[in-house]
Design a protein around this ligand. Structure first.
Ligand code: SF4
Ligand code: FES
Length: 362
C-alpha cells in the first residue's frame, strides 16, 4: 500500500453555467442544474477543510465561476485560509465592476481562456457572437489591476496554425504566462474528435511554433505546452496520478479525483454534504480505487513506467474501452492501441456539437 500523499490543488467547479458553448468543454455531458449548486456556507467550510488538509492552491472554475454572485466571498475565505487563489475564467462576465471586488478579496492570479485570435474563430468555437472583444477588455482590466495573467489557448485542427499570433496577442496584452493546450478528447471533446483532432503535420508545426516562442521570449514569458496524447507512445500521468495531487469538487459537492470521474459506473460518489474532505481523500473507495499501482492490470503491473504515468487516464480507458481498469489505449503496449490509430486516420469536417446548458440534469 502506498502512503497517501497530501493533495496540492483543489479545483472548485462552482457552477456549470457558462455563456460559452465550447465543443471541447471538460464538463460532463449532462450538466448540473443551477438549483442543485452548493450553497455559499458549504463552500466556505470546504475551503477551510482543504487548507487544513494541506492543499496549497484553490482554482475557482466552472462553467464560468463569475456566474456565482458569491465569488468575492469565496475568494476572500480561500485567501484567509492561506490558499493561493487562481480564477479560471472565460472573461465574458469580467469587467472593472466585477473584478475589483475579487482583487480586494485577494485573488492571486487569473487564467483567461481564448478560443482563437480572430473574432470569427472565437465565435465559431465559443458559439457566442462578439466574445473576443469582451475577452480582450477583460485582459486589459486584469493587467491594469496588477494581477498576474495567464492566457490559455485550447488548440485543435481549426486554429492550431495560428499559434504564432496567439503569442503576439499574449505579448500585446501583457500576459506573464501562456498555456497552449491541445484539446483533450474526453466528454465534449470526444464527441467532436473527428473535427478537432489535428493532423500529425499540424502537431509537429505546433511544436516548432512553441519552441520558437520559447526562444523569442526567453525568461520573460512562461510557456506551458500540452500535447495531444493520441500522438504519444505513452499516456500522460493524468491528474499527476489518481488521488495523489488533485481534488475536484463538482457544483453539487461531489468530490472527485478528476473532472470526468463521474462517468465511472458502479461507484458511490462521496460528497461534501455527507463527509469531510479529509475522510473522503484518505478513506473513500473512489479515491483509493486507482491510487498507486496495486490496481493495475498487465502490462502496466510490471512496466517500468508505472510510477511515472500511473497507467494513464482511467476516464479515457472507460470512454474508449468501456473499462476504467484497462490500460490507457494511448499506450503502445496496450492491446487496444489500434483504436487510437484508427481515430487519427478518421478525420471529418462534421458540424461541431456544442455544449449547451439545455443539456442539464433535472
Ligand atoms: Fe504506462 Fe501502463 Fe503503458 Fe507502462 S504499460 S507505459 S504503465 S500505460
Ligand atoms: Fe479521469 Fe484522466 S480524466 S483519470
Amino acid at each position: 500500500m502506498m502512503t497517501i500523499p497530501f493533495p496540492m490543488s483543489l479545483l472548485a467547479e462552482l457552477t456549470h453555467r457558462c455563456p460559452l458553448q465550447c465543443p471541447y468543454c471538460s464538463n460532463p455531458l449532462a450538466l448540473e442544474n443551477v438549483r442543485n449548486e452548493l450553497p455559499t456556507d458549504v463552500w466556505m467550510r470546504v475551503l477551510d477543510e482543504a487548507a487544513d488538509l494541506g492543499v496549497l492552491q484553490a482554482h475557482f472554475s466552472g462553467g464560468e465561476p463569475m456566474a456565482r454572485k458569491d465569488l468575492p466571498e469565496l475568494v476572500r475565505r480561500a485567501a484567509k485560509a492561506g490558499l493561493y487563489v487562481n480564477l479560471i475564467t472565460s472573461g465574458i462576465l469580467l469587467d472593472e465592476a466585477s473584478f475589483i471586488p475579487l482583487v480586494d478579496a485577494g485573488v492571486d492570479h487569473v487564467q483567461l481562456s481564448f478560443q482563437d485570435v480572430t473574432p470569427e474563430g472565437a465565435d465559431l468555437i465559443g458559439g457566442m457572437k462578439n466574445a473576443q472583444a469582451r475577452k480582450l477588455e477583460a485582459a486589459r482590466v486584469i493587467v491594469a489591476q496588477g494581477v498576474p495573467l495567464t492566457l490559455n489557448f485550447v488548440v485543435h485542427r481549426l486554429n492550431v496554425e495560428r499559434i504564432p499570433q496567439m503569442f503576439d496577442l499574449a505579448e500585446e496584452l501583457g500576459a506573464r504566462r501562456v498555456e497552449i493546450a491541445h484539446t483533450q478528447y474526453y466528454g465534449w471533446g470526444l464527441k467532436n474528435r473527428a473535427t478537432l483532432l489535428p493532423t500529425r503535420a499540424q502537431l509537429e508545426q505546433s511544436e516548432r511554433d512553441v519552441a520558437s516562442a520559447r526562444a523569442r521570449f526567453g525568461g520573460e514569458m512562461a510557456i506551458d505546452f500540452v500535447t495531444p496524447d493520441y500522438y504519444a507512445d505513452e499516456p500522460k500521468p493524468c491528474m499527476g496520478g489518481w488521488g495523489q495531487r488533485f481534488i475536484n469538487i463538482s457544483p453539487t459537492g461531489r468530490v472527485l479525483p478528476c473532472h470526468a470521474a463521474e462517468t465511472i459506473p458502479g461507484v458511490s460518489f462521496p460528497t461534501v454534504l455527507e463527509d469531510s474532505l479529509e475522510s473522503i481523500w484518505t478513506k473513500s473507495d473512489l479515491f483509493n480505487r486507482f491510487r498507486g499501482v496495486d490496481w493495475m492490470p498487465a502490462p502496466c503491473r510490471t512496466c517500468d513506467r508505472r510510477e511515472e504515468d500511473w497507467g494513464g487516464c482511467r476516464c479515457q480507458a472507460l470512454a474508449l474501452l468501456g473499462d476504467a481498469t484497462a490500460t490507457d489505449p494511448v499506450c503502445r503496449r496496450s492491446p487496444d492501441r489500434g483504436l487510437i490509430d484508427a481515430a487519427i486516420a478518421e478525420s471529418a469536417d462534421a458540424p461541431l456539437v456544442y455544449r449547451r446548458m439545455s443539456n442539464h440534469k433535472s
